[in-house]
Design a protein. Structure first.
Length: 398
């Protein structure tokens, strides 16, 4: 994938980080001039990316065909110059762009169009993480809370496996491996600890989502939606933060420290640093995914908690990785399946509980405001059916 190349180039040339603000100008220029489509008398900005893909599943908007190459290039620029981001955003959006192209070519009906868009999401996720079963469910689960369209299961599964095998077999790409060395024995006390930790991980996911969306709204208002100025400013902030921490561990994908968190101690506040770097990067108009940053945040937080909790380090890192992702993405089934595929089925009882708890305690927050809520997470919430997370947030402030 493009982010591998970008990371490798930057790590060999530290000075590239100082070009990040100018990379922001390039990305801003592209989106301001080529990232807009005129639909239903409304000017829709494709910088909304994953939200646009979700809206297309619900039939509210169309994904432009040019979104695929634009997001590919923009993600490469972001990672190359040191923006903190991941790969799955680009993969999902490219999958959605390909699906939209197929939709327009064959002129499929509205129902099949939704299934095709879900399949595009599944193909992108399965290819990005080497988790085809997870990818199949993620494509169905991403767009809505409390509702799965099971007639899309076979198409999504097919697309996810094809995406996975094209990436691994045809391109020879090898995905990262995270190994749990020891899983604690099943006991009530350990389950209680896992539940408590999962609550903490879910709250961290909420903190990230709120900070990231807050920075996005503030920067859009400050620069009056001028994406060039906005991203240039965000790039300067990331450069300053990098100079403060005197390390590029939190730029790009940060895979080295993510892998390290499974085997040895990492800086105790690494999870907060990555959280801030990623929120600023994506909140100011740079492009990329949020899954790998959430993996990083969760795994390093689990590593830090190992100092206070007598459980295996690799187990806590894995628990944090999955639970923080689950809380942010609002996809408990996909997150559980990801744990099974990523960690070879180890500790499935603990991961099932962690995903459930994280999903419930993260409330109606999330990475993607366009997600619809078909079933609230609790009866205590009075939420209209098919209300979006964005509208729920707005009503809270009234």
């Amino acid at each position: 994938m493009n982010d591998y190349l970008g990371d490798d180039i930057r790590l060999k040339r530290d000075w590239l980080i100082f070009l990040l603000p100018f990379g922001g100008i390039i990305i801003g220029y592209i989106y301001m001039n080529y990232g807009k489509v005129f639909l239903n008398n409304t000017l829709n900005d494709t910088a909304k990316l994953n939200n646009l893909v979700i809206d297309s599943v619900h039939g509210k908007k169309e994904v432009p065909r040019r979104m695929g190459p634009i997001v590919y290039f923009a993600t490469f620029v972001t990672v190359l110059f040191g923006g903190s981001t991941g790969r799955e955003g680009a993969a999902v959006q490219m999958g959605g762009s390909v699906a939209a192209t197929v939709n327009k070519f064959f002129k499929v009906n509205r129902l099949d169009k939704k299934i095709l868009m879900m399949s595009g999401i599944s193909a992108g996720f399965g290819a990005a993480f080497g988790a085809p079963i997870t990818g199949a469910v993620f494509g169905m689960e991403m767009a809505a809370l409390g509702k799965l369209k099971f007639e899309a299961l076979v198409p999504c599964l097919t697309a996810s496996f094809v995406g996975h095998y094209v990436t691994t077999a045809a391109w020879g790409h090898k995905h990262e491996e995270f190994i749990i060395r020891t899983v604690p024995e099943i006991s009530i006390s350990t389950f209680m600890i896992v539940i408590l930790l999962s609550v903490i991980f879910s709250l961290i996911s909420v903190l990230y989502c709120q900070l990231r969306h807050g920075i996005e709204k503030f920067s859009e208002k400050l620069f009056k939606k001028n994406h060039m100025k906005r991203a240039f400013f965000g790039g300067i902030v990331i450069v300053v933060l990098t100079l403060i921490v005197r390390s590029q561990d939190y730029n790009g994908r940060g895979l080295q420290m993510l892998e390290q968190s499974f085997i040895e101690d990492v800086p105790p506040f690494a999870f907060l640093a990555k959280l801030l770097f990623t929120a600023v990067t994506l909140g100011t108009g740079f492009v990329g995914g949020e899954a790998i940053p959430l993996f990083f945040i969760g795994a390093t937080l689990g590593n830090t908690l190992h100092t206070f909790i007598d459980l295996p380090m690799s187990f806590l890192a894995a628990l944090g990785l999955i639970a923080v992702f689950c809380g942010g993405a609002n996809t408990p089934i996909a997150a559980f399946l990801l744990a099974m595929e990523m960690f070879d089925g180890k500790g499935l009882e603990y991961f099932f509980v962690a995903c459930l708890v994280s999903y419930l305690f993260s409330g109606h927050h999330g990475l993607w405001p366009s997600q619809k809520i078909y079933e609230p997470k609790s009866r205590l919430y009075n939420i209209l059916r098919a209300e979006t997370i964005e509208n729920v947030e707005k009503k809270k402030k009234l």
